[in-house]
Design a protein around this ligand. Structure first.
Ligand SMILES: *[C@@H]1O[C@H](CO)[C@@H](O)[C@H](O)[C@H]1NC(C)=O
Ligand SMILES: *[C@@H]1O[C@H](CO)[C@@H](O)[C@H](O)[C@H]1NC(C)=O
Ligand SMILES: *[C@@H]1O[C@H](CO)[C@@H](O)[C@H](O)[C@H]1NC(C)=O
Ligand SMILES: *[C@@H]1O[C@H](CO)[C@@H](O)[C@H](O)[C@H]1NC(C)=O
Length: 573
C-alpha cells in the first residue's frame, strides 16, 4: 500500500470558524488529536458538507460535496472533492471548484456529473452571483487521463443557462441533475425551481451540451411542495436489484423522481416517455393521499443524489445529514454535516416503493462478532449485547413474532406515524411491542435512543409501525429530540421483522423490514459516550417475542486521509 505524502490537515477537521489551521501530519483524522465524542468513525465527514455529484471514473469513486472552507456554518460554498477505491476509505483532495468568476462569487452550489460519450466527465453546477442570481455552469477535467480528476476548468461559455425566462425566480433556480440523452441524441437536464410557489423540475435540452433551450413544460411540478432542491431522476429495474442507467428502456423499467423540499427527500414512481418527455406518476403524487414516500423518515436526511455504479451494476444513494444540535455547538465542534452511508436502492418486488440497504463494502469494517440465537424475549425483557464497541457498531436482528390473535386494534384516526410514535413512545407498554433496540444507552438508561416496532391489527391485515424515540437521547437541552416514525409495508403474518441499525457516535441509521423503511437520527448523548455507551435489545409488549437471530459487530474506523496535495496521476492506495 503506497500512501501518498500528506502535507496538511486542511480541508477537514482542523479548520474552524474564522481560519485555517494546520495541525500536523496524520494518516487519519481521528488520530489528529481532536478526540470528540460526536465525531463519526466510519461515515464520510469533512468539516461541512452538502451533497453534489458522485461518480465512478477509471477505477476511482469520486465524491463532490458542498463545503465551506472558512466556517462550520453555511456560506462560501465551494466543491470539496474526495476519492475512494471502496466507498468506505477516503482521501480528501483539493477543491474541485472555488468561486472565482462573477457568475459564482456568491458560491458554487450543487450540481451533478454527467459522462459524455467517449467517457469524458463534465460537471454541471449552479453558480450564484453576489446578488444571488443563480445560473447553470459547466466545468471539465483539465486532464481526463488523471483518474483523480484533481483539476477542473470552467467552460468559457458559462453561464450556459441563465434565469432569463421571465417566469423563473432567479434566486430559486438550481441543482442541475445528471443529464441524459433522448433517442435522437439530444441532451436533457432537470433544474430545481419554483414559479408562483409551485415547485418544479425545469427541463432543458441541448444538442451540444453548451446551447440549452428550456422545454415548454417542466418534467413535473406540484403546488403542494414549495421549491424543489436537488431533483434526481433515474430508472430502476422491475423485479431486480440491478441498477439501470438507460433512460430509453421501456420494458422492465420504472422511473423515480426525487425532490428535496420541506426538510425531506420525497420521491414518486412513474413511467417516462422519452419521445415526448412526459413523466406520468403511477403511484400517488407528491404530498397527495396517505402515502408520502421518503427515502428516510428521520428529519436530517436531505439533498440526496444517486449515481449508477457501472462497475457493480447498482444504483447508489448518498445524502447530506444535517446536525441536530445548536449552531453555537456546531461552531464549537468546528464541523457540521456528514454523509449518510452509501445505500444501494432498488424497486421492491411489489413495485410500489424503493428498498435501500447499506453498500456491502461497509461490512469490511466489521469485527468482534457477537451472536444471540433463539432467545425468548418475555414481556419486560432487557438483554444487553455485550462485547462490542456500542458507540461504533453494526447490529442486525431478526424478531420472530407470536400468533397475532389478540393484538391491539389500529384506530382509523392513526394516520400520522410520526405522531403515533410520539404518543406510543418507547416507555408506553403495548401488546405486540414496543420491541427493538436501545442504542447509545447509558448503564441505567438515563440516556437512550430507542428504535422499536409495534404491530396493530387493522381489518384483515396487520400494520407495522417503526419508531425512533429520541426523547431521552441526550441530557442536553439544545439538541433536537423529535421522535420519528413510519409504517413499514411488510406483512408480519408472512415475515419476521428484521432491523439493522448502524451506530456511529452521533448518527444512528436504521433499516426496518430488510430495507423497506429507513430512519436516520442525529444523537448527542452526554453520558452514553464512547465506552460508556451500551446496546440492549428489549421487549416491552405484553406478548412474548423471540430473537430468531441477532448479530452485532464493532466497527473499525474507516480511513479518511485528511488532505492530499495535487500531484501527478498515479497509484493512490
Ligand atoms: C466567508 O469567507 C470570508 C473570507 O473570505 C469570511 O470572512 C466570512 O466569514 C465567511 N463567511 C462564512 C459564513 O463562512
Ligand atoms: C441554440 O439551439 C437552438 C435550438 O436548437 C437554436 O435555435 C439556436 O440557433 C442555437 N444557438 C446557437 C448559438 O447555436
Ligand atoms: C444514572 O446515572 C447517572 C450517571 O451515569 C446519574 O447521574 C443518574 O443519577 C442515574 N440515574 C438514576 C435514576 O439512577
Ligand atoms: C421466522 O424466522 C425463523 C428463523 O429464520 C423461521 O424458522 C420461521 O419460519 C420464520 N417465521 C415466519 C412466519 O416466516
Amino acid at each position: 500500500m503506497a500512501m501518498p505524502v500528506i502535507l496538511a490537515v486542511f480541508l477537514c477537521f482542523a479548520a474552524v470558524s474564522g481560519g485555517v489551521q494546520t495541525t500536523g501530519v496524520s494518516l487519519n483524522e481521528a488520530s489528529a488529536g481532536t478526540k470528540q465524542p460526536y465525531r463519526t468513525a466510519y461515515h464520510f465527514q469533512p468539516q461541512k458538507n452538502w451533497m453534489n455529484g458522485p461518480l465512478y471514473y477509471k477505477g476511482v469513486y469520486h465524491l463532490f460535496y458542498q463545503y465551506n472552507p472558512y466556517s462550520a456554518i453555511w456560506g462560501n460554498m465551494t466543491w470539496g472533492h474526495s476519492i475512494s477505491h471502496d466507498l468506505v476509505n477516503w482521501i480528501h483532495l483539493e477543491h474541485a471548484l472555488n468561486p472565482t468568476e462573477p457568475y459564482e462569487l456568491g458560491g458554487c452550489y450543487s450540481g451533478s456529473v454527467t459522462m459524455l460519450p467517449g467517457g469524458r466527465p463534465v460537471i454541471f453546477y449552479t453558480g450564484a452571483d453576489t446578488q444571488n442570481f443563480q445560473s447553470q455552469n459547466l466545468a471539465f477535467p483539465k486532464d481526463p487521463s488523471d483518474p483523480h480528476l484533481s483539476e477542473w476548468v470552467k467552460s468559457p461559455h458559462n453561464p450556459v443557462i441563465a434565469a432569463t425566462d421571465g417566469d423563473i425566480d432567479p434566486s430559486n433556480f438550481r441543482d442541475p441533475t445528471t443529464a441524459w440523452q433522448a433517442a435522437d441524441g439530444t441532451w436533457q437536464v432537470l433544474i430545481g425551481g419554483k414559479i408562483d410557489g409551485r415547485g418544479m423540475a425545469f427541463l432543458y435540452q441541448s444538442k451540444d451540451f453548451v446551447n440549452w433551450t428550456k422545454s415548454e413544460k417542466p418534467l413535473h411540478s406540484s403546488a403542494k411542495t414549495g421549491m424543489w432542491e436537488c431533483p434526481d431522476f433515474y430508472p430502476v429495474t422491475i423485479n431486480s436489484k440491478d441498477g439501470a442507467e438507460n433512460y430509453l428502456m421501456k420494458e422492465n423499467t420504472k422511473f423515480i423522481l426525487k425532490a428535496s423540499f420541506l426538510d425531506h427527500d420525497h420521491y414518486v414512481l412513474g413511467f417516462y416517455k422519452a419521445e415526448t418527455n412526459e413523466f406520468e406518476v403511477d403511484t400517488t403524487d407528491f404530498m397527495e393521499g396517505n402515502t408520502d414516500w421518503r427515502y428516510d423518515y428521520g428529519s436530517k436526511y436531505y439533498a440526496s443524489k444517486t449515481f449508477f455504479d457501472g462497475e457493480k451494476r447498482r444504483r447508489i444513494l448518498w445524502a447530506w445529514i444535517l446536525e441536530a444540535d445548536g449552531r453555537a455547538n456546531d461552531k464549537k465542534k468546528g464541523w457540521s454535516g456528514l454523509q449518510s452511508l452509501p445505500r444501494v436502492v432498488w424497486l421492491s418486488t411489489s413495485g410500489k416503493q424503493l428498498m435501500q440497504w447499506p453498500i456491502q463494502e461497509i461490512e469490511s469494517l466489521r469485527k468482534d462478532k457477537v451472536e444471540i440465537q433463539g432467545k425468548e424475549l418475555e414481556s419486560g425483557s432487557l438483554v444487553e449485547v455485550d462485547g462490542i464497541t456500542a458507540a461504533q457498531a453494526d447490529v442486525e436482528v431478526l424478531f420472530e413474532l407470536p400468533k397475532l390473535e389478540d393484538i391491539e386494534q389500529m384506530e382509523p384516526s392513526w394516520i400520522d406515524p410520526q405522531l403515533l410514535c410520539a404518543q406510543k413512545n418507547a416507555a408506553e407498554e403495548g401488546t405486540l411491542g414496543p420491541f427493538g433496540l436501545r442504542v447509545l444507552a447509558s448503564k441505567n438508561l438515563t440516556e437512550e435512543t430507542v428504535i422499536f416496532f409495534r404491530v396493530f391489527k387493522s381489518h384483515s391485515r396487520h400494520i407495522v409501525l417503526m419508531c425512533n424515540d429520541l426523547s431521552r437521547s441526550s441530557l442536553s437541552k439544545e439538541v433536537d429530540k423529535t421522535s420519528f416514525g413510519t409504517f413499514v409495508d411488510i406483512d408480519s403474518l408472512q415475515e419476521n421483522i428484521s432491523l439493522r441499525t448502524l451506530i456511529d457516535h452521533s448518527i444512528v441509521e436504521s433499516f426496518g423490514g430488510e430495507g423497506t423503511a429507513c430512519i436516520t437520527a442525529r444523537v448527542y448523548p452526554t453520558i452514553a459516550v464512547d465506552k460508556e455507551a451500551r446496546l440492549f435489545v428489549f421487549n416491552k409488549g405484553s406478548l412474548s417475542i423471540k430473537i430468531s437471530k441477532l448479530n452485532a459487530w464493532s466497527m473499525k474506523e474507516a480511513k479518511r486521509v485528511p488532505f492530499m496535495k495535487r500531484r501527478k496521476p498515479g497509484r493512490l492506495v
